[in-house]
Design a binder for this molecule. Structure first.
Ligand SMILES: Nc1ncnc2c1ncn2[C@@H]1O[C@H](COP(=O)(O)OP(=O)(O)O)[C@@H](O)[C@H]1O
Ligand SMILES: [Mg+2]
Length: 157
């Protein structure tokens, strides 16, 4: 497990942007962390890094938003409202995790058995009482996820 302190929302977005610039078709970002942890802010950066135009909001009600104005299609999921894994079957996860697009999943722990084997898992949590810093911890599953993160972090040095 590796860690990084994101001391402001700007830094969280910048990490997302670097991931977006370095994303390849089929990449999956699994986002964990409670309400207000910064998951949507990170996806805002990701969308920007992919070159998407337009607003990124948490798809809490629709569960899935597709952003198609960037270099690759971006599927943005928010599974906060998923109570049982069977509800995921209606989401069309084959499209979401397809080889030609990028996926970012908020509340990804709710994917349960549907969690892709190869993915970059990022956990965000409040790091201080001042509320503006976030601790990011990640686990890269699969070779590609490791390269993706290394490329993004390398850009930020
Ligand atoms: N370092 C930080 N990273 C991300 N968000 C931050 C940070 N510091 C403050 N914030 C604020 O915290 C909130 C995070 O909200 P959001 O990204 O919607 O969280 P989530 O999607 O995890 O529920 C935003 O209002 C954002 O401005
Ligand atoms: Mg959110």
């Amino acid at each position: 497990m590796k860690r990084l302190l994101l001391s402001s929302v700007t830094e969280t977005r910048a990490l997302g942007e670097a991931l977006g610039r370095n994303a390849q078709p089929g990449d999956v970002l699994l986002l964990e962390g409670g309400l207000g942890a910064g998951k949507t802010e990170l996806v805002r950066g990701l969308a920007r890094g992919l070159g998407c135009v337009g607003e990124v909001r948490s798809p809490t009600f629709n569960l899935v938003h597709i952003h198609e104005t960037g270099r690759l299609p971006l599927y943005h999921l928010d599974l906060y409202r998923i109570d049982a894994p069977e509800e995921l079957l209606e989401l069309g996860l084959d499209d979401v995790f397809s080889a030609g697009s990028v996926a970012a999943v908020e509340w990804s722990e709710r994917l349960a058995d549907f969690t892709p084997a190869c993915a970059l898992r990022l956990h965000l949590r409040h790091a201080d009482a001042a509320m503006s810093a976030r601790q990011a911890e990640w686990v890269a599953s699969g070779e590609r996820a490791g390269y993706w993160l290394a490329a993004a972090l390398g850009e930020q040095l």
